[in-house]
Design a protein. Structure first.
Lengths: 265, 265
């Protein structure tokens, strides 16, 4: 059974043992410093810090002796959707890409960009499984990052500490990720995935220490408050989201009414 | 060599495997939720998250099979010195802060945290404490145990060497490490003594690439707030006031010295 780093110190020590050079370690240091500023205050649904999750993902990739760029990408793999750039906006943008590229370099940013461009669900993972032989090397590495991400989520039966809805989400993709790991030729990764998934399936944790969280969340320091521009943006987005939901409901109601009229005729 | 928890889920798993009850787990969960609020965004001088350090300290205490009250106190040992309560008085105990902590973890545990805060632990007091160990009250002995757990945690994974003032910290370990090992033995925890000895030996004998040392320049815990947040105006005023008072005090002391020299000559 392999053990994976959960702190940057453990990651540094692991990568040095694995034979990564000083120059490569400096890249990891730079990427970690970026993750400190972008993921500060962020927690996984289980209550674990998001930074630990990034470190764990990088550690998994490091244990497979992958190029340091892939390991570094693992550290900040979800930066575009989860990282706080200060603008209150999620997702990819040219400005963010430039920002990231300046610190981590083009190659690492490309991995992170492609990772963010995918919806990682059963549908897309099945597609990747079926077309693995046609993927270019970067996409194959991005797939590995996703597998490392999944392994990390299941470490220490972490998924069991989340809400049941989150557990159900991960359950649906488990068979596919195992097949992908096998097809990619990473047998140790495949066996580690089997191990953690078995552990998850066979362990029970007291309900009292399970969280109600399906998604990650932010806790800001109490001496801080949200910037007014970001708070205002949030209100607008929520309002817009409410408007969209109201319009969807109206559409549903209209189609139900017209179906009823057709039946009566 | 023991491996200690560095995340909340690792800590919960450890607590369960060490036979702590469900009630104990809930106590630890409550204190962890408070720790998330107080230490969010905070980092150790090595770059490790403060929350991971708190968990590590608690984990070390769990490995010694101490009562859960001490474990919980270990998790929140730095609450009054480093915790952000959002109030005006930053690095000190206040009635308001004590109320908040008591509400989360109970009066008995809070007493440990308060005692830990006021208990002097530095290069002047450590030798005396070791000599006077048998004369300490039970709470003071438990606080010494927490202090030793804190020291071990700081030295895990060569943590001290990744700080910007690594050499000063290494000198401290060389001078006072043997005394702390002796203390652990005298307190009746030979496992802790041997773990401290091992960690201190590693710290004094290992070299790490200087480029990997933290570039923060910080010798104490420091905050990186999420970019979408800014300091509350009240916190800004308080910070200006306290730093202004600090500077005025230093200036006054300097002037007194100069006046004294002037009189002497």
């Amino acid at each position: 059974m392999l053990t994976y780093a959960q702190t940057i110190l453990q990651l540094y020590n692991q990568l040095q043992r694995e034979g990564y050079s000083n120059a490569e370690m400096i890249l990891i240091r730079n990427v970690y410093e970026l993750s400190m500023s972008l993921f500060s205050g962020r927690f996984q649904p289980s209550g674990k810090t998001f930074i630990s999750h990034g470190v764990g993902t990088a550690s998994t990739l490091g244990s497979m002796h992958l190029p340091v760029q892939v390991v570094a990408a693992g550290l900040i793999h979800n930066v575009y959707w989860v990282g706080d750039f200060g603008d209150g906006i999620r997702g990819i943008s040219k400005a963010k890409r430039k920002d990231i590229e300046r610190t981590v370099g083009k190659e690492v940013e490309e991995y992170v960009y492609r990772f963010a461009g995918q919806r990682w669900n059963k549908h897309t993972l099945t597609f990747f499984r079926d077309t693995i032989d046609t993927l270019d090397p970067v996409d194959r590495d991005v797939l590995l990052i996703e597998l490392a991400d999944q392994l990390e989520l299941h470490l220490d039966v972490g998924v069991l500490y989340c809400a049941e809805a989150r557990q159900k989400l991960t359950e649906s993709i488990r068979p596919v990720i195992l097949e992908i790991a096998d097809k990619l030729g990473f047998t140790i990764l495949a066996s580690e995935l089997v191990r953690v998934l078995k552990e998850t399936a066979s362990t029970d944790i007291p309900a009292e220490i399970r969280t109600n969280n399906t998604w990650g969340f932010v806790i800001a320091p109490k001496s801080y408050r949200k910037r007014l521009t970001v708070a205002f943006q949030d209100l607008l987005v929520r309002g817009f989201g409410g408007l969209q939901s109201a319009m969807k409901l109206r559409k549903l109601f209209k189609s139900a009414k017209s179906n009823k009229n057709k039946i009566q005729e | 060599m023991y491996s200690y928890a560095q995340t909340n889920i690792q800590l919960f798993n450890q607590l369960q495997s060490e036979g702590y009850s469900n009630n104990d787990l809930v106590c630890v969960l409550n204190s962890y939720e408070l720790a998330m609020e107080l230490f969010t965004g905070l980092f150790r001088p090595s770059g490790k998250t403060f929350i991971d350090h708190s968990i590590g300290t608690a984990s070390i205490l769990v490995s010694l099979h101490v009562p859960v009250n001490i474990v919980v106190a270990g998790l929140l040992h730095a609450a009054y010195v480093h915790g952000d309560f959002g109030s005006v008085s930053i690095r000190s105990i206040s009635d308001d802060k004590r109320k908040q902590v008591i509400h989360a973890i109970g009066e008995q545990v809070e007493e440990y945290v308060a005692e830990y805060t006021t208990f002097r632990w530095n290069s002047q007091t450590i030798p005396t404490i070791c000599v006077r160990l048998n004369a300490l009250t039970p709470i003071e002995r438990d606080v010494v145990l927490m202090r030793l757990a804190n020291e071990l945690e700081d030295n895990l994974n060569l943590g001290v060497l990744y700080c910007s003032d690594a050499e000063r910290r290494r000198e401290f370990i060389k001078r006072f490490g043997p005394i702390m090992v002796d203390m652990a033995d005298k307190l009746g925890f030979p496992t802790l003594a041997s773990e401290l000895g091992r960690a201190f030996r590693e710290t004094t004998a290992t070299e790490i690439p200087e480029e990997l040392r933290s570039r923060s320049g910080q010798i104490r815990a420091y905050l990186i707030a999420p970019k979408s947040y800014r300091k509350r105006p009240s916190a800004v005023c308080c910070h200006l006031l306290t730093s202004g008072l600090g500077r005025s005090r230093k200036l006054f002391q300097k002037m007194r010295k100069m006046y004294g020299r002037f009189l002497y000559h």
